[in-house]
Structure formats: structure tokens, C-alpha cells
Design a protein around this ligand. Structure first.
Ligand SMILES: [Zn+2]
Length: 577
């Protein structure tokens, strides 16, 4: 096909078309856009190979050879020559935090800081520009990424003193990259009433030094002590201000997603008020990407009463679906918050349950009654076992014969006792995992768990898939960057940040990794007949990548760039070439 210039091809195609108008795909009904002369990664086993695809309206019209696809081109059809590029199904972020992603664009980004001092300097700069007494917010720091830690420090994190010194009057609240801890300065702790005599809240720890004074580090639920004061300050903004900020946050998150090739986003948790805001935006056609939102931060009583009001499938032209609930049973491994069967190798604790299992069991019953999917965060092997047991009891009580049809999920399923894998398969529980976490966490997985538990239970992609468990993929953004390529790379390469192998026996093939990010995520949202593969009739949610991620070298994967992102046939992102 490359022997002919493109214009000649189109001219030939138009000639051919004008002589076969009767088959319904003639010039009367041409494609809006065609991608030709390249490769289509279909993620559809029925179409193993294709070099072109045609889109008409919101749907995929045809997939096939360039010759076949050009038959659908009319004079106004946009023709995109792929060359070395590929078309793939739009990526589906399987687990992220949409609003936090948008908000992260409006606060200090600390994810690249390599020392505590650097973080303090960034805050000091922000203080210079801040209104007197206003909050300074940041996110994304991680003590495991610091080159050194100034002493005195507790749990690898310095005391608040130097941070408080650069910001004596502005309260500072810096969220940990994991989202499972935060750091506050003296002013923020004062506003939150945190002192020597303040008790730890349930499921959280106010970290203290030897004298009993709070260091500034607030683990798990303890960060809400300061977070709620911050929320009050935000609530003081006018309604108009809040609306404007909300729309901005939704747009910023969407732009970020689209620029990385993400067309659908599974949001791991928004409350009813946020869902209401998203519903208004979806109704007005303002959602930049499709959202699959899990209900979060609502009590069982509130859910019992109000879930039916918020159940929606494919609302706003397939832009908003709400039919699932998110709960969280434990914390993260990095902060020793993951709930383990046996104590950590580097701290005398087994982690903790952050939400009472009995309360989650009640949610499970409510979910079943209202036909909502339940997606529970579980990282530690004890946490996973507890959630499996809650799911099992719920299905038994309800005499559910075929739990697989409910497609309940465990979010992260990060450290699982090998004996429990079979239970996932048995109940059709989806392992909603994030490839890139393996790369990021590997350096401290050994320290936290020791080599034996790391090998037998950490990120068991291959073990799960071999047992017939559906594995999905994502990034937990803003814990990690939303780019699917980092997770894709981690899934197929299994190396830590320094390039060391991390139990390569658990690798996915590239085909499996692509499916984990597309059709598997679609299935995990009951949307596999609508999206997740390049199949005629499905929504034209597509991404054009600048290289063939099935064949380039491992190191090239991370350089992959997104050239175009289409949602429902509409080009919503295009990189200038
Ligand atoms: Zn999450």
C-alpha cells in the first residue's frame, strides 16, 4: 500500500465507492475518520490482525485492511495515515481518583522531591505568595524516595520543626503519595486541636516523638483531623466559587487523562454530592472522559436510603455510570498500614483495619440488595482474606448461586496468601490491580515483608491469570502518574525503579497487558459489549500511539507517546506533530 501516494488512494477509493452505493456504506454514508496503513491492536481475539479502522459517528464502523477501510471513505472523510503508529482501544484507567487528580493540578506537586529539604523549600516559596493565614496544600511526597533523612526523625520522616519554621502562620497540609498519610505543620495541627493529649482516632495514628509530641506525620484516618479543618475552610468559599473550582477540577483531570490516552476512568470513590455535580456536567455534555464512579464516603444508612437515586448506567451519552460501591479495609504497605497475617519484617506490627469489617459486611448486603457491585480496597494478605470471607458470607446468606455474575472486585489485591487465590477464581472476584505499583513498591516490599512473602504473595498477576482470575490494570492516580505506559511496562517487564528484576515469573505477555488495560477493565465495569476493544459496533474510543507497543524493545515502551485520543469518535486530544 505504501507504493501509492495517499491522495491517489483516496481518489481510487472514492471512484470505487461511487460505483457501489447500494451496499449502504457508499458515499451517502461515509466514515467520518479512517486510520489506514498501519496496525490496529484490536484486543479482540476475533480480529487478530488489522491495518485500518473506520469510524462513523460515535461508533467503530469497520476494521480490516487499508483497502477495505478506504471503501468507507468519502470526500469529507478525514484520513489518518498511521505508518509506524498503531491504533489501540482507548485505555481504561481501572482504579484512580478523578477529583483528586484534578485537584492535584491546583496544589503543590511534591512527587519529584528527593529530599525533605527540597519539600520544605517548595513550601517556603509558596508561603511567599500565599494570602496571610491561607492553607498551603501539596501532594505526592514519599519518604522512600528521599536520598537522606535529616535527624531527628520518626518512622523515616523528620519532625515538623523546619517546615513549621518556614510557614509559621499558614497552615500546611501535605498528602503522602500513597494517599494513606499526610504531614502537617504546627499551625495546621493547632487549628485541628492536635496536642499531646489528643487520642489517636479509630484506624489512624498521630505519630509522636519520644517526648509524646506529634511529629506532624498523620497516618491513615488521623489525617482527617486536619483534613476536616481544611474542608471547613474550603466550605467557606462562596457557592459560585466552589462550582467554578469543581468544573475546573473535572476539566483538568480530563485533560490529563486524554493526553495519556485514557478514555474511561474508574473513579475509586466519590460521595453523593460529587456524583450530583458530575451528573450535572454529564447532562450538559461537559465530561471530558467517560466515568465509572464508585460510591464512597457515605454511611450504610445513607446508602440504604439513597443508592437508588444515584444508580445510573450510561448516563449523558455513556459518560457516567454509577452502579458500584467502594470500601477500604486496610492501608498501604509503604506506611505499614496494610493488614498482614504475620508481622512486618521491619516493624513489630501487622498493620490495621481502617474500616471495621462488620461495617463492610453490612455494605455488602446493601450492595447486593440494590444490585450494586462492591469494590473493596485490600492490600495486605489478612485484608484480602477478610474481604474474601465477607464476600463469601454475603453470597451464602443471599443464596447467590453464581456470584461471578456480580463481578465484585478487590481493589489492589496486592499481597495475597497463595492459598487464597483459588477463592478469587471460585467466586469470580476480579483482581483490580495496578501494574506500576510493583515497580514503585518493589524496593521496600523486601524490607517490609522479607524475601519469602515477597515471592509467594506480591503482585501475583501470572498466578491469578493462570487460576482463571480476571486481572485489571490502572495506576491509582494521583498516587502514580496516570500514564498507562508505566503500568504496561511494569506488567510485562517486572523490574523495580533501578532496573532489577522483581519476580519475573509473574510477568504478563504484552497481549495480556493490553487486555488488562482495555477489555478486562471494561468487563470489570459491565461494559465489555460497549468498549474495550476495536470491534465494529463498539464506541469509537480509540488511541493512536506513536509506536507499536507489541514489538518495540522494553525500554522503548516508556517513551511511547499518545498522538491522538478519540472518545465516541470525537478527537479530544491531538498532539501537534
Ligand atoms: Zn485508590
Amino acid at each position: 500500500m505504501n507504493r501509492f501516494p495517499l491522495s491517489a488512494l483516496v481518489a481510487v477509493a472514492v471512484l470505487v465507492l461511487s460505483s457501489c452505493v447500494t451496499d449502504g456504506s457508499g458515499p451517502d454514508d461515509p466514515a467520518d475518520i479512517v486510520f489506514i496503513d498501519g496496525k490496529v491492536l484490536t484486543a479482540d481475539d476475533a480480529i487478530p490482525e488489522a491495518e485500518a479502522v473506520a469510524v462513523r459517528g460515535q461508533r467503530i464502523l469497520a476494521v480490516g485492511s487499508t483497502e477495505e477501510i478506504l471503501r468507507h471513505a468519502g470526500p469529507d472523510t478525514r484520513v489518518v495515515e498511521l505508518g509506524d503508529r498503531v491504533v489501540a482501544p482507548g485505555f481504561i484507567e481501572g482504579h484512580g481518583h478523578y477529583i483528586r487528580l484534578g485537584e492535584s493540578k491546583l496544589i503543590l506537586d511534591l512527587s519529584a522531591t528527593e529530599t525533605w529539604r527540597e519539600m520544605v523549600d517548595i513550601v517556603a516559596d509558596a508561603v511567599l505568595q500565599a494570602e496571610p493565614g491561607s492553607w498551603i496544600e501539596g501532594h505526592g511526597w514519599h519518604q522512600e524516595r528521599w536520598r537522606d533523612v535529616p535527624q531527628p526523625a520518626v518512622d523515616g520522616v523528620p519532625l515538623h520543626t523546619s517546615l513549621s519554621a518556614v510557614s509559621p502562620n499558614n497552615p500546611v497540609f501535605l498528602t503522602h503519595a500513597s494517599g494513606h498519610a499526610a504531614f502537617a505543620n504546627a499551625r495546621a495541627m493547632e487549628l485541628a486541636g492536635i496536642g499531646r493529649s489528643t487520642a489517636d482516632p479509630e484506624g489512624g495514628t498521630i505519630v509522636r516523638d519520644a517526648s509524646g509530641a506529634a511529629t506532624g506525620l498523620l497516618r491513615e484516618n488521623a489525617d482527617a483531623l486536619v483534613g476536616s479543618v481544611l474542608a471547613e475552610a474550603r466550605a467557606g468559599r462562596s457557592e459560585a466559587d466552589r462550582q467554578t473550582r469543581f468544573r475546573l477540577v473535572v476539566q483538568l483531570a480530563g485533560q490529563e487523562a486524554l493526553s495519556k490516552g485514557v478514555t474511561t476512568f474508574h473513579d475509586a470513590g466519590s460521595d453523593f454530592a460529587t456524583i450530583e455535580g458530575l451528573r450535572e456536567m454529564a447532562a450538559a455534555g461537559y465530561l471530558p472522559v467517560r466515568l465509572y464512579v464508585m460510591v464512597r464516603f457515605e454511611t450504610n444508612d445513607a446508602m440504604r436510603e439513597r443508592l437508588p437515586d444515584y444508580r445510573m448506567v450510561g448516563f449523558g451519552d455513556n459518560h457516567l455510570t454509577v452502579r458500584s460501591i467502594k470500601r477500604q479495609i486496610d492501608g498501604a504497605l509503604g506506611s505499614h498500614g496494610a493488614w498482614m497475617l504475620d508481622p512486618y519484617a521491619d516493624m513489630n506490627t501487622t498493620g490495621l483495619a481502617v474500616e471495621p469489617p462488620a461495617d463492610i459486611a453490612e455494605t455488602a448486603a446493601i450492595a447486593l440488595r440494590h444490585d450494586f457491585q462492591l469494590n473493596t480496597h485490600a492490600i495486605g494478605d489478612r485484608a484480602n482474606r477478610e474481604v474474601l470471607s465477607i464476600y463469601r458470607q454475603t453470597f451464602d446468606l443471599a443464596s447467590e448461586q453464581d456470584p461471578g455474575r456480580l463481578r465484585w472486585r478487590i481493589e489492589h489485591a496486592q499481597h495475597v496468601h497463595p492459598d487464597d487465590v483459588e477463592q478469587f477464581a471460585d467466586m469470580g472476584i476480579i483482581a483490580s490491580m495496578q501494574g506500576v505499583h510493583a515497580t514503585s513498591d518493589a524496593p521496600w516490599v523486601f524490607r517490609r515483608l522479607g524475601p519469602q512473602r515477597a515471592e509467594s504473595g506480591a503482585y501475583l498477576w501470572r498466578t491469578f491469570m493462570d487460576a482463571g482470575v480476571l486481572v485489571t490494570n490502572g495506576t491509582d492516580v494521583p498516587v502514580e502518574d496516570i500514564s498507562p505506559m508505566a503500568s504496561f511496562y511494569s506488567s510485562v517487564v517486572r523490574k523495580d525503579r533501578d532496573g532489577n528484576d522483581f519476580f519475573p515469573g509473574q510477568r504478563m505477555t504484552r497481549e495480556e497487558a493490553l487486555k488488562s488495560y482495555t477489555i478486562n477493565n471494561a468487563y470489570a465495569a459491565f461494559e465489555e459489549s460497549l468498549k474495550g476493544s476495536v470491534t465494529p459496533g463498539k464506541l469509537a474510543d480509540l488511541v493512536v500511539l506513536d509506536r507499536d507497543i507489541m514489538t518495540v524493545g522494553d525500554d522503548d515502551l516508556l517513551q511511547t507517546r499518545v498522538d491522538m485520543t478519540l472518545v465516541g469518535g470525537e478527537v479530544r486530544f491531538e498532539r501537534p506533530r
